[in-house]
Ligand binder design. Structure first.
Ligand code: ADP
Ligand code: C5P
Ligand code: MG
Length: 219
């Protein structure tokens, strides 16, 4: 608005200023839920139907682990097998870079589903430190289902996923991490009225029907 007024008054505004005004602040939905709750599955369906970019913290970490020459490869590998949460300095840089790259390619892609983050207090602090003021967290989409369903789905996924953590031993640790570290983050956002909960134990399409209602209500 101010730039339009200035240009009408023939005040010269450098083009980079326009570019800054045109670039939207990233709008973020955090996607949380137990291992195997269906976060990735539902995010893929959201991307098909709405203008969101899906960034999975776990996928970004696995890609960094596999990147030749990564100084963090071994650390990430052992954290994943142990079901522990990687120090946020690593994860937040991957997320920030992915968001920046997405918006550089297409500035209209400013809506993000950030899947599997923030998973503990350290994740949350890292987000606040690096992203506070740079992105708006709209709400948390929480896929709620029992530990038994989570474990069964991951074991089934493990038959073909090739993931080092889709086995019973890692899953027990992942569930513990989820209960001890991630649930408290969901509770924290709940107190702020920011959690939208979906019963994720039903079949994919039933879950997605609820997701749609939430996204359409939130705008
Ligand atoms: P997450 O990203 O939360 O770990 P995924 O989306 O990868 O979970 O789903 C875990 C496994 O469960 C996958 O094999 C997926 O195909 C399957 N799955 C996902 N949602 C459902 C559902 N609603 N009902 C049954 N199986 C599901
Ligand atoms: O979300 P996903 O199941 O792909 O995560 C797999 C693993 O990646 C987690 O169990 C954890 O070891 C690691 N991870 C992490 N920090 C995150 C997300 C995932 O350390 N924020
Ligand atoms: Mg996933």
């Amino acid at each position: 608005m101010i730039f339009r007024v200035l240009s009408r008054l023939s005040v010269k505004v450098p083009s980079f200023v326009y570019r800054i005004e045109m670039t939207m602040k990233p709008q973020v939905v955090f996607v949380l839920g137990g291992p195997g709750a269906g976060k990735g599955t539902q995010c893929a369906k959201i991307v098909e139907n709405y203008s969101y970019t899906h960034l999975s913290a776990g996928d970004l970490l696995r890609a960094e682990r596999n990147r030749g020459g990564s100084e963090y490869g071994q650390l990430i590998d052992s954290y994943i097998k142990e079901g522990k949460i990687v120090p946020v300095e690593i994860t937040i840089n991957l997320l920030k870079k992915a968001m920046e790259e997405t918006m550089q390619i297409d500035e209209k892609k400013y809506r993000f589903l950030i899947d599997g983050f923030p998973r503990n207090e350290d994740n949350l602090q890292g987000w606040t430190k690096v992203m506070d003021g740079k992105a708006d967290v709209k709400f948390v989409l929480f896929f709620d289902c029992s530990n038994e369903v989570c474990i069964d789905r991951c074991l089934e996924r493990g038959k073909s996923s090739g993931r080092s953590d889709d086995n019973r031993e890692s899953l027990e640790k992942r569930i513990q991490t989820y209960l001890q570290s991630t649930r408290p983050i969901v509770s924290l956002y709940e107190k702020q009225g920011k959690v939208r909960t979906v019963d994720a134990s039903r079949d994919v399409d039933e879950v997605f029907a609820d997701v749609k209602i939430i996204l359409e209500r939130e705008g």
